[in-house]
Design a protein around this ligand. Structure first.
Ligand code: FBP
Length: 562
């Protein structure tokens, strides 16, 4: 591919386009001698809700886990050479590696039969509903190999919700003669994949719906999904920036940096970045929840460390916190629930109001007294951020809540109360939020290989006519050629949760396990990090050079599987 046809491209990007992802041995060569093994039947994540989930997914509940084995002889199905038309869609926030899922799908399909086709629905599920798509031919794919972002086809958060939506999708898939749809997304998207798969099965329409685990948040993981693609690159990018700030702090001895990191509810990103950089203070949502820590308690803890460091002559430091802590702080959680209720009950009135200030007034009038009082004590911006519309799946838009600024303000107030003429406390805070900076980064070797393998493996699931499955690659701490391929029934990851006021089947989010090795490792070092300058600046992602550096996996995976 010539530089001219690539458009605005850096030298690094040009070199990176040439990177050839390493496939797991099972997927190498051809698909014709791969035997499919059906393991035991499966149950939903929540056994308590099993009957309910079984009832909703009558046709795809309890499917077996699928593994693959390479055989000497050819075990192809008769129709394997039939032309297949596949569609792919991104859903939700971008994550590094997305384009490689598409490249893996494309290469797998072409390897099977050069006549196979791939289209990409544009800007997320809305593209399927509106039948807006792009043909993904070789000339398109070649431009996007090993690149970050989802811009090849775009992404969006439209929810597939109603029976009409499902019917429209059925119609559009039929119209474009699509045999299989691959949905790349997080817990909500993969839940949608299961719902669509069930709908089509029920109507005896033979189309495969396959999910791919994506999210930088790292919360789509369980016994089978070791990590989602994107987490590795995004956390490497954040660690680089946080590490640079640590170095700056240690160079100028001047500021306290409060850094909020993305991750919605789960604090996997923050924990991983902390393990890589060693900040002085770390605030993890799951720990707050376990210890039932109030906002005041969290602030007291921060102030304690700040003052102790001050006594050592150190008026500087780094605080890392995850964006999701708001939902774990008991009084704020209660407030969010209260607001959610009013947003649903008063939706008709609130929808017509443009100004947030006016919405806030209505919400204050309808909240229980205790919660209304709490809301009035919060800084004005935070109160307004809490009432912003929920996303289409009913989630609070965490990235919009500047909790780092709330903490700074409260710490400042506490410190100034403690100060007197003799004892002046110097506290110069700076607030940061890192999230979008990492979501479209050029994928690390790990994510480039992993995402590519997930896409390639999806082809294997499609040719075996499987539906309601997630493409799954395991053994990720081993070299990529030793990775193992599976198909995991989506219903086995499900439980029932309240969303937008209704109980719905959803894939269970995995939060940070406080008994897990990554968290315990952090606990064993946290005190040392608080009072010394034990900072690490891991530096930027390396794409070329020694494998020890280019192929390094996350600390989370290392500790989890050690
Ligand atoms: P996904 O769950 O779709 O992967 O997105 C994760 C995330 O990046 C969160 O970390 C963040 O809270 C949210 O998306 C931001 O969403 P948006 O892109 O809609 O602003």
């Amino acid at each position: 591919m010539s530089q001219k046809s690539l458009g605005n491209t850096s030298e690094l990007q040009i070199e990176r386009l040439k990177f050839k992802p390493i496939l797991p041995n099972t997927l190498k060569n051809n698909f014709f001698n791969i035997k499919i093994i059906k393991e035991k039947i499966t149950h939903s994540a929540s056994l308590y809700h099993e009957d309910q989930i079984k009832n909703i997914f009558k046709n795809i509940y309890g499917l077996p886990i699928i593994s693959f084995k390479k055989c000497q002889n050819v075990v192809i199905k008769k129709n394997i050479n039939k032309k297949i038309n596949v569609a792919v869609v991104f859903s939700g926030g971008a994550a590094p590696g997305g384009h490689n899922v598409i490249a893996g799908l494309f290469d797998g399909l072409k390897k099977l039969n050069n006549k196979n086709t791939l289209i990409g629905y544009l800007y997320g599920p809305i593209g399927i509903l509106k039948n807006k798509y792009k043909k993904l031919q070789r000339s398109v794919i070649e431009k996007y190999r090993n690149t970050g972002g989802f811009d090849c086809i775009g992404s969006g958060r439209t929810k597939i919700e109603t029976y009409e939506d499902l019917y429209t999708i059925e119609k559009n898939l039929k119209m474009s003669k699509i045999d299989a749809l691959v949905m790349i997304g997080g817990d909500d998207t993969n839940t949608n994949a299961a719902i669509l798969s069930e709908y089509l099965k029920q109507k005896k329409i033979n189309k495969c719906i396959i999910g791919i685990p994506k999210t930088i948040d790292g919360d789509l993981k369980n016994k089978y999904i070791e990590t989602s693609f994107g987490f590795d690159t995004a956390t490497k990018i954040y660690s680089n920036i946080v590490g640079n700030i640590c170095r700056d702090v240690n160079s100028s001895h001047k500021y306290w940096h409060f850094i909020r990191l993305m991750g919605r509810s789960a604090s996997h990103i923050t924990l991983e970045v902390a393990l890589k950089t060693h900040p002085n203070i770390l605030i993890i949502g799951e720990e707050i929840f376990k210890k039932n820590m109030t906002l005041n308690k969290i602030v007291e803890n921060i102030v304690l460390i700040i003052l102790k460091r001050q006594n050592q002559g150190k008026n500087f430091g780094v605080v890392l916190l995850s964006e999701g802590i708001v939902e774990f702080i008991p009084e704020l959680k209660e407030l969010i629930f209260g607001i959610n209720d009013i947003l649903i009950k008063k939706a008709k009135i609130l929808d017509k109001i443009l100004l947030l200030q006016d919405k806030k007034r209505i919400i204050l009038d309808n909240l229980p007294k205790k919660l209304a009082f709490l809301m009035t004590t919060l800084p004005q911006e935070i109160a307004l951020q809490l009432i912003l519309d929920r996303d289409p799946h009913g989630n609070v838009i965490m990235s919009a809540i500047e909790v780092e600024k709330l903490l700074i303000q409260m710490v400042q107030e506490k410190i100034s109360k403690l100060a007197n003429k003799k004892n002046k406390h110097k506290f110069l805070p700076i607030a940061h939020f890192f999230g979008y900076e990492g979501r479209c980064g050029m994928p690390s070797n790990f994510d480039a290989n992993y995402a590519y393998a997930l896409g390639y493996n999806a082809v294997l699931l499609i040719i075996h006519n499987l539906t309601g499955y997630m493409s799954c690659i395991k053994n990720l701490t081993k070299p990529a050629n030793k990775w193992k391929c599976f198909g995991i029934p989506i219903t086995m990851m499900m439980n029932i949760e309240k969303r937008n006021g209704n109980k719905k089947p959803v894939i269970q989010k995995t939060l940070v396990d406080l008994n897990g090795r990554p968290f315990k490792k952090m606990i064993s070092e946290r005190n040392k990090w608080a009072f010394s300058e034990n900072y690490i600046s891991p530096g930027p992602i390396q794409y070329f050079g020694t494998a020890k550096i280019t192929d390094e996996i996350t600390k989370t995976l290392q500790y989890e599987q050690s």
